[in-house]
Write a protein that binds this ligand. Structure first.
Ligand SMILES: Nc1ncnc2c1ncn2[C@@H]1O[C@H](COP(=O)(O)OP(=O)(O)OP(=O)(O)O)[C@@H](O)[C@H]1O
Ligand SMILES: [Mg+2]
Length: 256
């Protein structure tokens, strides 16, 4: 039987990881967020709404957020898009469908288990977490399954998305990197639009092209690109948004 060595974190490592989680949480849109960041997401929300206005799916609109590679800002962006929709007073659901390296529960301080994987497998309950003061609900990824792609490709996933459309105005799905695993491509088939996050100075053009091609192959409709992590002035914080429907929007904020 294989044994796994359990290593204990030193107090210094623990303090560093708590500080990192705190810093990541601070990037979630809230009352204290810089004005320009809030404005950026409001503009992004407007453009996303336009991009799916003509879709004929019944019920709530569903967006997936992905990027070519790991750590390009998918979970942060998905969370903030969800907050921006909820700020409209619309009932919004954020789902963590990154069942390989789930992160949304850490950002939102909710339990990581009893989430989407549990709903899809029928093993154990799935909790819908409610965010205070906003009409925002969150479903975490759940217990990490051995076969995320198979779960997402099952008709059960399709059924769950259809069911949830009838209960929420907007659903935002966080996904793993599209160039690494097939999950985002599979999810893309069941959503109205895919938002592709591009990390400034990190995502290579070839990687972006590969991500776009993978989504096109799976018939996923890319409804916008977000250029994340731009630092026009040192210490800055900005977003650029472009889409097939609304050409180029550029937002920047040096307060972060
Ligand atoms: N605009 C931004 N400016 C500065 N840092 C950012 C920005 N967006 C995200 N980050 C930081 O980058 C790191 C990765 O972000 P996030 O977890 O959202 O990426 P991800 O693409 O979901 O990663 P993974 O592929 O591991 O799921 C986090 O530390 C996050 O706080
Ligand atoms: Mg993530």
């Amino acid at each position: 039987m294989a044994t796994k060595k359990i290593t204990k974190k030193s107090s210094k490592e623990r303090a560093a990881s708590i500080a990192a989680v705190k810093k990541n949480r601070a990037r979630i849109l809230g009352a204290d967020s810089p004005f320009a960041v809030k404005e950026s997401y409001i503009q992004l929300r407007t453009n996303l709404l336009f991009s799916v206005a003509a879709t004929e799916t019944e019920g709530g609109k569903v967006f997936a957020v992905t990027s070519a590679n790991p750590s390009e800002g998918k979970s942060t962006t998905a969370s903030n898009i969800a907050v921006s929709f909820a700020m409209l007073g619309k009932s919004t659901l954020l789902i963590d469908c990154d069942m390989r390296k789930p992160n949304v529960h850490k950002l939102w301080r909710i339990h990581g288990n009893n989430g989407m994987s549990n709903l899809l497998t029928g093993i154990d309950n799935c909790y819908v977490n409610e965010v205070e003061e906003l009409p925002l609900s969150i479903i975490s990824a759940g217990d990490i399954p051995p076969n995320p792609s198979e779960l997402l490709a099952s008709s059960k996933f399709e059924d769950v998305v259809t069911f949830l459309r009838n209960h929420f105005d907007y659903i935002i799905i966080d996904t793993p990197p599209v160039n690494q695993v097939a999950d985002a491509q599979i999810i893309a088939k069941n959503v109205d639009g895919v938002v592709l996050v591009v990390s400034s100075g990190k995502t290579q053009l070839g990687e972006l092209a590969a991500a776009q091609k993978a989504l096109d192959t799976s018939a996923g409709k890319i409804c916008g690109f977000i250029l994340n992590n731009v630092n026009p002035k040192k210490g800055g914080y900005s977003y650029r948004y472009g889409s097939k429907y609304a050409n180029k929007y550029y937002y920047s904020n040096t307060e972060n």
